[in-house]
Design a protein around this ligand. Sequence first.
Ligand SMILES: Cc1ncc(COP(=O)(O)O)c(C=O)c1O
Length: 387
Amino acid sequence: MLSERIRAVHPSPTLRFTALARELQSQGKKVVNLAAGEPDFDTPEPIKAAAIRAIQEGFTKYTPSSGIPELKAAIVSTLARDRGLAYRPEQVMVTCGAKQALFNLFQVLVQPGDEVLVPSPYWVSYPEMVRLAGATPVEVRTEPSDKFRLSAEAVSKACTPKTRCLILNSPSNPTGAVLGEQSLKEIARVAQAKGLWIISDEIYSQLVYGGKAPSIAAVAPEVAPKTLVVDGVSKAYAMTGWRIGYMAGPAEVVEAAGRLQDHSTSNPASISQKAALAALTGDPASVREMAREFGRRRDLLVRRLAGIPGISFVEPEGAFYCFVDISKSGLKSSVFSERLLQEALVASIPGDGFGWDHYVRLSFAVGSEALEEGMNRFQKFIGSLIS
Ligand SMILES: Cc1ncc(COP(=O)(O)O)c(C=O)c1O
């Protein structure tokens, strides 16, 4: 029989709906994919060239498990330049995507009996990762009326003597909410008073529209010794398949996460590390252009959604998702997404996987033309349900 540990873990709803959409596409159906969790852009050429060079030069063997020194140095510089964070190389570890950094951190920081605060709506993997570490995820709800921004008060109220860790995800998947300096300072005050670890998932930090997404470790340095910053190249550089992420934080935690990595995956792929090095040290122009294009698409999506009666949403301030309230359709989110796909050929992700059953997540990581077409179909579908 399978272990109790794995029996408690649910399949990923994002991967399920992406697979369903792919199946319809393979049958020749013209699906508009608003379910994507990755940029539709290709990885920039100089990054690909660095990977090809790595292969040609035989850089194809094991590397240090926690990453090559030159990539760690580039991460240290990037965090200083873009995020105002000061780390030494031994406080940094390269991982197989941000996902593995998060997984390792839960394994290292929490244990059975501990509670982990998970702001809701949440990215689908957080509660599962917490459970895999034997701890209990505790939802801290955010509200659309507060633009889905986490409040220090809600964090404080959710704390019990068992609370050990708080997850932050700004900009957020699935809401696009961004926490400003003041909110982060207030949250830091609570976290410090309660002695919490903070895991700050900043994977969408480069995709912010009309402002900045500060890092809690920079705006409230007093919590930096108990904060682990997680980021990576997947979203900002269109490199999801290369599987390079990283963590930065107190050396003893990073070292412990490194021991786990030594005995599980070993090093992230050597070739991908060279590609990530080229990404972080290269010309940032392509990243900026991608972010600008996401901004234009966001505006398009927001304009179209605003013209559809019967739904409501909060304008995303970052990432590339919009979380849409479909409660007036009277359908559960999984039924809504299934029907939207089968009847209107639009792929979305049901909100139940993010902890909210009367919402769906729409992604704007598709070209403007597809987005317009997707919104035409979405509007017609909503019209058939809500009159
Ligand atoms: C909030 C959040 N964190 C982490 C990840 C994982 O990123 P990576 O591809 O670097 O593992 C994702 C990917 O969808 C995400 O949305």
